[in-house]
Design a protein around this ligand. Structure first.
Ligand code: SF4
Length: 299
């Protein structure tokens, strides 16, 4: 890692020299937790869990982020590339359905090296579980190493993207990234048990007061990839607990049933299939804690 332009922030900082970019991490691989994880969508969690590896730092750092300690504070512990290879193989050995790389974008260069080493030893898919704010050039380096993309598509409006994520280019960037992801994987493929093997599953979190933007996001997706070839995970789990200090009062409440159902109706009208949450999931207790104990979890 030297001068870093891995993500659309294009900070041009020298991470090898210890400089930190917007993502908040330098020259080491830093993770916060690795374990079988049962709170992803059914094609990932299945019955034995997704082999989740949560990376520290984030190139988006949304104000309402529900993993604030990881994304904003970059809490975690350093691992070498050798150790990360071992973690991935241990997770496979533990019986998980997939290797779930969570918020990996700012480590893409190291992960290309790691995945090139472990991919021939894996018989489960590799999932790139990201915020959707990816450079096409960086995604191209992952072609053949990643089987499934699980991106967010957060905003259609540049104003909202700027207000909540400081990234006005997000809609255009995410649209180009989604097209590249679909080019690489093609249509979603599930096995006989409904476990993902290949494809793109797109997440969208409905935010309070942003129903119309959510509807515009669905239109953007439908104009970018064939609706029948992808799956949509439409999430209602936004909770205000994590936005308490951001000063944006419109975020100090949950999403109403009216808001979520209006977005859901539009998704159904466009022909999306996928995973739609109950509003009861909008509870802080569904957000995993990231204590130091987690890394000691016995696989
Ligand atoms: S990965 Fe980090 S340092 Fe590199 S361009 Fe993105 S935010 Fe900046």
């Amino acid at each position: 890692m030297g001068i870093c332009n891995l993500c659309p922030r294009e900070c041009s900082v020298d991470r090898a020299a210890g400089e930190l970019g917007y993502c908040g991490v330098g020259n080491t691989l830093r993770i916060a937790r690795f374990a079988p994880h049962f709170w992803e969508e059914p094609p990932f969690s299945g019955t034995r869990g997704a082999g989740a590896i949560f990376f520290s730092g984030c190139s988006l750092r949304c104000v309402y982020c529900q993993n604030h300690d990881l994304s904003h504070a970059a809490k975690g512990f350093d691992v070498t590339e050798d150790e990360l290879c071992g973690i991935i193989l241990d997770l496979q050995e533990a019986g998980v359905h997939c290797i779930d790389l969570v918020t990996p974008t700012h480590y893409a260069d190291a992960l290309v090296r790691v995945l090139s080493r472990v991919k021939p030893l894996l018989n489960i898919p590799v999932v790139w579980n990201c915020g959707g704010y990816e450079k096409v050039e960086t995604l191209k380096a992952l072609d053949g190493l990643v089987d499934v993309y699980l991106p967010d598509f957060k905003y259609a409006s540049e104003e909202l993207a700027e207000r909540y994520s400081g990234a006005p280019s997000y809609p255009k960037v995410a649209q180009a990234a989604l097209a590249e992801m679909y080019r690489q994987t093609g249509a979603v493929k599930l096995d006989g048990d409904g476990i993902i093997k290949k494809g793109v599953i797109i997440r969208h979190l409905v935010l309070p007061g942003a129903r119309k933007d959510s509807i515009a996001v669905l239109d953007l997706i439908a104009n970018t990839v064939p609706v029948k070839d992808v799956r949509l995970s439409l999430m209602s789990q936004y909770t205000p607990d994590f936005a308490a200090d951001c000063g944006l009062k419109e975020l100090y409440r949950r999403v109403t049933s009216f808001e979520y159902n209006a977005v859901l109706a539009h998704a159904e009208a466009l022909g999306f299939e996928g995973y739609f949450q109950e509003r009861s999931s909008a509870d802080k207790k569904y957000t995993p804690e990231f204590s130091g104990e987690d890394k000691k979890r016995n696989l």
